[in-house]
Every structure is written in structure tokens, then in C-alpha cells.
Ligand binder design. Structure first.
Ligand SMILES: Nc1ncnc2c1ncn2[C@@H]1O[C@H](COP(=O)(O)OP(=O)(O)OP(=O)(O)O)[C@@H](O)[C@H]1O
Ligand SMILES: [Mg+2]
Length: 313
């Protein structure tokens, strides 16, 4: 004889399972890996023209702020002459991009875990011009980079000082370009220089300016407006506004401690400003209006510029 109490419970469980089934499948659907070729990652190149204006620190802290906002972030150190993003994080990488280019390791094997779940691809200091890689070597590198599509919401690319073939190629290939300038006239002139090249080489580029080391908001706004107006008048090219970071002595202390500012001093003025920028300019509602062509699109364009080798600074 079946237990009269057990039976109703059994059927209740079965009924509950039936009811919940569609929702379980919905959840599984949501977690399904993306189809091959689906474009998810957003690529962002950070550049400046003039060296030493804060690019590498901005990349490191932007990555942390995005990772803290639950985005999957990978940093590519494309400062191929003097790669040093690892120094800002206090990491000593044993392997870097050179190992991938040489075919010694796969990209997976050189990805360095950073704070807050972000990952870092250390640049190799021995690589001079990517544009001059042998076709076979370039193909190997591109094949590996393609795998990043499944691993990242954001690929942040740090570039070196100056305006050269590598820097320009990474700018033109990215979905978005962030031009960093300080209020100094020399930095402003170089920022305009790189914007000019970008606008002429790929008119559809999306360029935003980030004013670093500003004394105050008014100074940052003045610098921003100058760049916007000269680009509008002489290049007929729109320059967007990302925001500004104040000159903050904590940045120097953080660099000395090899700890990104957002972790070293999260409430310092520059850290607060940076989180503000991520909260506004990188908010999903804003970001979805901006170009996003995935790693696939990025590599297609990069291959084009490398192949041509013709974008002269
Ligand atoms: N907001 C800031 N306030 C104060 N100091 C800053 C700020 N941003 C950057 N710095 C200082 O500027 C220095 C240079 O920064 P960083 O190395 O990030 O510049 P970079 O543009 O990457 O240089 P390079 O062109 O050589 O790659 C840092 O060591 C830091 O001390
Ligand atoms: Mg740098």
C-alpha cells in the first residue's frame, strides 16, 4: 500500500518540475556559448601623440573600473618598444606577445591574471614594427588574437608614445579611440596631430578626448573645447568628450607602489573621476549607441592596415 502522504508530495514535485522546466531552459539558453563569428567584444585604443601624459595608468585604472562593473576586460600592451603595463600592476610576466609571435606559446598561455578578474597581454619589448612581420608570423598572431572574442567584453589597447605605424594601425582598427591629452600646449598639439591622421585615414573613426592632469573642471572644459573646435573647423571631424581626470599626487604614489590608483587610493580625486567616467560614458545605454565590431572586425581592419603598411604619420 502506498503511503497516502508520500504520493501527493511526489506528484507535487513532478508538477513543480514541469512548471519550472521552461525557465530552466531559458537560463541555459542565456548561458549558451556564442555562435562562432558573433561579435561581442568592444575594442578601444588609448593614444596621445605626446608621451608621458598618462595613457598606461589610464588603461590600467579604466580596466579595473570596468572589471569592478562586471565587464570582462583584457588589456593588450601594444607599446611594443617599451611595453610596461605590467609595471603599473606590479607584475613580472615571464611570457609576452613576442612568445606568441615566435610561436613558442599560445595566447592563452601568456594571458596574465590581473586584479578584479581582468587579464593582461604583456607586450614584447623586442617587437619593432608589426607591419613588417612576415605573413606567416602575422597570420599566427591574428589566429590567436581571434580567440579573445569569447573572453572579453572590452579589449583595451595601450599604445606607445609618438605617432608611428603601429600606433596608427591600432587606432584605425579599434571601435573607439581615446586620445589622452594634458593641458600643456605640446600635448594638445600632438593630440590634434593624431586626431588629424585618424580623421584623414578613416573618417568614420569614433574619437573621444580625455583630459588628464587638469587643475579643475573649467581648465579641462577649455582644453576639450579647443580640440573640438579646431577638429570641427579644419578637419570637419567630430571629437567626442570622455571627461577629465584631475592632477592628483596619489597617482604618483600609486605608480611608485606599482598598484593601480583605483586599488591604492580608491577615494582619491582621480580615482573618483575615473569611476564617474565609467559610470556615464561606459554605461550600457550609452555604449550600445557606439560602434562595436568585435575582435573579428578589429583584426580585419588591422590586417588591412598592416598589409598596406601605407598609413604614413
Ligand atoms: N592624473 C594624474 N595626476 C598626477 N600624475 C599623473 C596623472 N596621470 C599620470 N600621472 C603621472 O604621469 C606619469 C606618466 O604616466 P604614464 O606612464 O601612464 O604615461 P604614458 O602616457 O603611458 O607614457 P608613455 O607615453 O611613455 O607610454 C605617471 O608616472 C604618473 O606619475
Ligand atoms: Mg605608457
Amino acid at each position: 500500500m502506498t503511503d497516502p502522504v508520500v504520493k501527493p508530495i511526489d506528484s507535487l514535485v513532478a508538477e513543480t518540475r514541469r512548471q519550472i522546466q521552461p525557465y530552466v531552459f531559458q537560463r541555459l539558453e542565456a548561458r549558451k556559448p556564442r555562435q562562432a563569428g558573433q561579435k561581442i567584444a568592444r575594442t578601444l585604443t588609448i593614444t596621445s601623440g605626446k608621451g608621458g601624459v598618462g595613457k598606461t595608468n589610464i588603461v590600467a585604472n579604466l580596466a579595473i573600473a570596468l572589471a569592478q562593473a562586471n565587464r570582462r576586460v583584457i588589456i593588450l600592451d601594444a607599446d611594443l618598444g617599451m611595453a610596461n603595463i605590467d609595471v603599473v600592476f606590479g607584475i613580472r610576466p615571464k611570457r609576452n606577445l613576442t612568445d606568441v609571435i615566435n610561436g613558442t606559446y599560445s595566447l592563452d598561455e601568456i594571458l596574465i591574471p590581473g586584479p578584479c578578474g581582468l587579464q593582461i597581454i604583456a607586450g614584447g619589448s623586442g617587437i619593432s614594427e608589426l607591419a613588417h612581420l612576415a605573413p606567416e608570423t602575422a597570420r599566427r598572431l591574428f589566429e590567436q588574437l581571434r580567440f579573445l572574442e569569447d573572453k572579453a567584453d572590452y579589449l583595451l589597447i595601450d599604445t606607445g608614445a609618438g605617432i608611428n605605424q603601429n600606433v596608427i594601425s591600432f587606432c584605425l582598427a579599434a571601435d573607439q579611440i581615446v586620445v589622452v591629452t594634458t593641458p600643456e600646449p605640446t600635448a594638445l598639439a600632438d593630440a590634434y596631430g593624431i586626431i588629424k591622421i585618424i580623421s584623414q585615414a578613416r573618417a568614420g573613426s569614433h574619437v573621444s578626448v580625455l583630459v588628464n592632469r587638469a587643475e579643475n573642471e573649467a581648465e579641462a572644459a577649455f582644453i576639450q573645447e579647443r580640440l573640438e573646435s579646431v577638429a570641427r573647423e579644419f578637419l570637419k571631424f567630430p571629437v567626442h568628450r570622455l571627461g577629465f581626470l584631475p592632477n592628483d599626487p596619489n597617482m604618483y604614489l600609486a605608480v611608485r607602489q606599482q598598484t593601480p590608483l583605483l586599488l591604492f587610493s580608491p577615494m582619491s580625486p582621480a580615482a573618483v573621476s575615473l569611476r564617474g567616467i565609467v559610470g556615464e560614458a561606459f554605461h550600457e545605454s550609452v555604449a550600445q549607441e557606439l560602434p562595436k565590431t568585435g575582435i573579428e572586425g578589429f583584426l580585419d581592419r588591422l590586417a588591412g592596415y598592416f598589409g598596406r603598411g601605407a598609413v604614413q604619420p
